[in-house]
Unconditional design. Structure first.
Length: 297
């Protein structure tokens, strides 16, 4: 008899994956390894379609205050009882994807970034009523979520660069706990800007945004960034200390993006397609992360 879990075509949300009966290849060991080798800022670069977004979603579900710990029942990380007790559901989390930051002009792209940051700030509207923040701080938060007459986020350029930094400070004050920052597709705005002719302006903007939240930010517990490209440290990460970069050349985290041979065999066996193993290997094998062969999902 074959398994009946649904195939998660296009599903990149960990909670949806775990609650809606989809087949999930367990990558939660990433949480343990990340905490064992934690840097203040951790950049993981992999090609497209290797599960970066799903892993960012998984990290958010694990660390964020109020998340459902039951999502991890039966998975590898659930065996780490002390680690789960210490870290699961303990942190305010800021989680954004920069995948949508594009436009024919710099102003269009900047408007998309403003929307992404404003919508993330909207998740924390309890800050408006919090006595943990001073009135000037509450006013600053209002500016992060303020809309103009067209219903578009209107934060000024300087506040845009400051937005993640300010939000991390406000959340630490509210929860009494430093903030985890997750940034998916960090390199997309720069790639799109290069193609459209406003690269220098975008570098300045992203450098300011990242520099504020990632550099000497006492409210930051740690950050994880994912992307396809290794943007030079000198362009947008200037001055960052304790900055860990893990590319496809590195052995660490190699098994957490894409599928290993064992995972492919388990999946084919589950669905009753083991006779197709050679064909799958021919079509989807061939990547080498560190010293491990990886299949493209």
């Amino acid at each position: 008899m074959t398994g009946n879990a649904r195939l998660p075509m296009g599903i990149e949300d960990f909670e949806e994956m775990r609650t809606q009966g989809y087949y999930y290849v367990d990558k939660t060991g990433l949480i343990r390894d990340l905490l064992d080798h934690l840097g203040k800022v951790n950049l993981l670069t992999r090609p497209r379609r290797f599960g970066k977004t799903l892993n960012i979603s998984m990290l958010r579900c694990f660390f964020e205050v109020g998340s459902d710990g039951g999502l991890f029942d039966g998975l590898e990380i659930s065996k780490e009882k002390e680690l789960c007790r210490q870290y699961m559901g303990r942190f305010p989390v800021i989680s954004i994807s920069l995948k949508g930051v594009s436009g024919r002009t710099f102003d269009e792209a900047k408007g998309m970034l403003r929307s992404i940051l404003g919508n993330e700030a909207l998740r924390f509207q309890f800050l408006l009523e919090s006595d943990c923040l001073s009135e000037p701080e509450r006013q600053q938060y209002r500016k992060l979520i303020e809309l103009n007459e067209k219903g578009v986020f209107s934060m000024a350029d300087e506040l845009l660069k400051d937005s993640l930094f300010k939000l991390s400070q406000f959340l630490e004050k509210y929860y009494g706990q430093k903030t985890v920052v997750l940034i998916d597709e960090y390199d997309v705005p720069l790639d799109k800007a290069y193609r459209s002719g406003y690269y220098d302006d975008m570098v300045e903007l992203i450098s300011g945004l990242f520099g504020q939240v990632l550099k000497t930010n006492r409210s930051l517990y740690f950050a994880v960034l994912t992307g396809c490209l290794r943007i030079s440290r000198e362009s947008i990460f200037t001055g960052l200390n304790n900055f860990n970069v893990y590319t496809i050349k590195d052995a660490r985290y190699r098994e957490y993006f894409g599928f290993t041979d064992e995972e492919i065999r388990d999946m084919l066996s589950y669905y009753g397609f083991m006779e197709q193993y050679d064909a799958v290997k021919q079509w989807y094998d061939g990547y080498q992360f560190g010293n491990t062969g990886i299949y493209c999902p």
